[in-house]
Design a protein around this ligand. Structure first.
Ligand SMILES: Cc1cc2nc3c(=O)[nH]c(=O)nc-3n(C[C@H](O)[C@H](O)[C@H](O)COP(=O)(O)OP(=O)(O)OC[C@H]3O[C@@H](n4cnc5c(N)ncnc54)[C@H](O)[C@@H]3O)c2cc1C
Length: 388
C-alpha cells in the first residue's frame, strides 16, 4: 500500500502546517485567557473573518470539495495530514466548508439543490447543521420519532431533536425524520433541508457542554416545507447519513493524532527539563513508558488512518475501519493528554496550558458520532460474523 502524497498534495499539506503554526497557534494564549475568564474558548467574528481571508489567500478553501464546486478535491489520504495539523491546536477552526455535511449533500442533492445549497456551501457562504439525535434516540438513531408526513406539495414535520451543534447560526439544517414507521432505518427515514427561520422550526434552548462546545435542542412544530426540500430519495436517508458519519470519524481520528502529538511533544519538553529528587523526569521509567506508549499508539493510529484513506480513495467501504479509528484515536488521545497533564504536575491542572481544553474536547469525542461502546459492539458483530 502506498501512503506517499504526490507533489501537489504535499505542498498543500505543508501550507496547512504553516497556517497552523503561523495563524492558529499564536491565537491560543489569547483564547486560553478568555476561556479562563469564563468567556469560552471560541473565536471572535473578527478573528474568524481574518482566518478565512488568510485561507482564501493561501488557497486553503474547499479542500475536499470537488473541482466543479470550486474546491481542491484532495484525496482522503491528503486530508489525513490536513486534519492532523488542525488537531494540534485547541483553536476551534476547520477549513470551510465542514466536510461531512458536504459529502452527504454531494451524494444526495438534485440539480436544483446543488445550485441552492451545495454551491454556496462549497464557496463557504453558508453554514450547515445536522439534526439526527433525539431525547430517546442518540446512539441508536434508528429509534428516532420525529415524523415527516406528506401533505400534497409539502411535508409537515413534528418532533424534537437534541444536542445539535451550530444550529443557532446555520443557514440550513439537514434534518432526519421518519417517513415510514413500518420500515424504520430500512427505507423509512428521510433527510430534509430546513432553511433558517422556517416557521415551525425553533431552537428551543442552548445546552453548554464541556470543552467549549455548545449544542441546542430543536423543536419541529407543524413545520411545513415544500416537497422539494426532501434531500435524496424518500426513505433512503440512512445510508448517506452513515456516509457522512464515516467522513467525520476519519477526520476525528486525524484530529486525535494531532492532539496526541502535541501532548506528547509538551510532555517530552517538560520531562527533559524538570528535575525531582535530583533527577530529570525523563529518567523515570514511568514517564518513559508513557512516552513510548504514546509514540507507538500515535504511530499505529496514523497508519490506521492512512490505510482507511487509501481504501476510501479506491472507493471501498471503510465503515469498520472508521469505527476502529474512532475508538482507538479518541481513547489513545485521552490517555496521552492525561499523561501529559500528570507529567506537568500542578501546572498540568491550570488553565494556562492548552492540555485541559484538549482533555475536555477529546472527552466529548468519545460520545459524538457514536459512543465508543457502540463502535466496539458494531466492530465485534462484523468480526464475529467473519468467523462464523
Ligand atoms: C459535543 C457534542 C456534539 C453533538 N452534535 C450533534 C449534532 O450536531 N447533531 C446530532 O444529531 N447529534 C449530535 N450529538 C449527539 C451525539 O451524536 C449523541 O449524544 C450520541 O450519539 C449518543 O447518544 P445519547 O447521548 O443519546 O446516548 P445514549 O444513546 O443514551 O447512550 C448512552 C451510553 O450508553 C452506552 N450504550 C449505548 N448503546 C450501547 C450499546 N449498543 N452497547 C454498549 N453500550 C451502549 C454508551 O456508553 C453511551 O455513551 C452531539 C453530542 C455531543 C456530545
Amino acid at each position: 500500500m502506498n501512503f506517499e502524497l504526490d507533489y501537489e498534495h504535499r505542498l498543500i499539506r505543508d501550507t496547512v502546517e504553516k497556517f497552523v503554526d503561523n495563524e492558529l497557534l499564536p491565537l491560543e494564549p489569547r483564547l486560553l485567557v478568555r476561556e479562563s475568564q469564563g468567556m469560552g474558548p471560541g473565536l471572535t467574528s473578527e478573528e474568524l473573518e481574518s482566518l478565512h481571508n488568510k485561507c482564501r489567500e493561501l488557497g486553503l478553501w474547499g479542500l475536499d470539495c470537488p473541482e466543479e464546486t470550486g474546491g481542491v478535491d484532495l484525496p482522503a489520504i491528503a486530508m489525513v495530514g490536513v486534519n492532523e495539523a488542525i488537531g494540534k491546536t485547541v483553536v476551534p477552526f476547520t477549513f470551510p466548508p465542514d466536510s461531512p455535511n458536504l459529502h452527504m449533500l454531494l451524494a444526495t442533492a438534485n440539480t436544483d439543490q446543488r445550485t441552492r445549497y451545495v454551491d454556496p456551501y462549497a464557496r463557504g457562504e453558508t453554514v450547515s447543521a445536522i439534526a439526527i439525535s433525539e431525547p430517546n434516540a442518540g446512539a441508536d438513531p434508528a429509534g428516532m420519532l420525529t415524523r415527516a408526513v406528506r401533505d400534497g406539495e409539502h411535508w409537515i414535520i413534528n418532533g424534537r431533536k437534541i444536542w445539535i451543534s451550530r444550529v443557532d447560526n446555520a443557514d440550513f439544517t439537514i434534518a432526519m425524520a421518519v417517513t415510514n414507521p413500518d420500515k424504520g432505518s430500512r427505507g423509512g427515514i428521510s433527510a430534509f433541508l430546513i432553511d433558517k427561520n422556517t416557521r415551525g422550526f425553533e431552537v428551543a434552548r442552548e445546552i453548554p457542554m464541556i470543552g467549549g462546545n455548545k449544542t441546542f435542542e430543536v423543536l419541529f412544530d407543524n413545520c411545513r416545507i415544500p416537497a422539494g426540500q426532501l434531500l435524496g430519495e424518500e426513505g433512503a436517508g440512512f445510508a448517506p447519513m452513515q456516509l457522512r458519519l464515516t467522513v467525520r470519524r476519519l477526520q476525528m481520528g486525524a484530529w486525535c493524532v494531532g492532539m496526541a502529538t502535541r501532548a506528547l511533544q509538551m510532555m517530552c519538553q517538560y520531562a527533559n527539563q524538570r528535575v525531582t529528587f535530583g533527577e530529570r523526569l525523563s529518567e523515570r521509567q514511568s514517564i518513559q513508558w508513557w512516552v513510548t506508549d504514546a509514540a507507538t499508539r500515535i504511530h499505529a493510529c496514523r497508519l490506521m488512518l492512512w490505510d482507511a484513506a487509501v481504501k476510501q480513495d479506491a472507493g471501498k467501504d471503510v465503515r469498520t475501519e472508521a469505527s476502529m479509528i474512532k475508538v482507538h484515536g479518541t481513547e489513545m488521545a485521552s490517555d496521552v493528554i492525561d499523561h501529559a497533564m500528570q507529567t506537568y504536575g500542578a501546572m498540568g491542572m491550570t488553565k494556562e496550558l492548552p492540555l485541559q481544553l484538549m482533555a475536555q474536547q477529546v472527552r466529548t469525542m468519545r460520545i459524538y458520532e457514536g459512543p465508543s461502546e457502540v463502535h466496539r459492539w458494531v466492530v465485534a458483530k462484523r468480526v464475529l460474523r467473519q468467523y462464523e
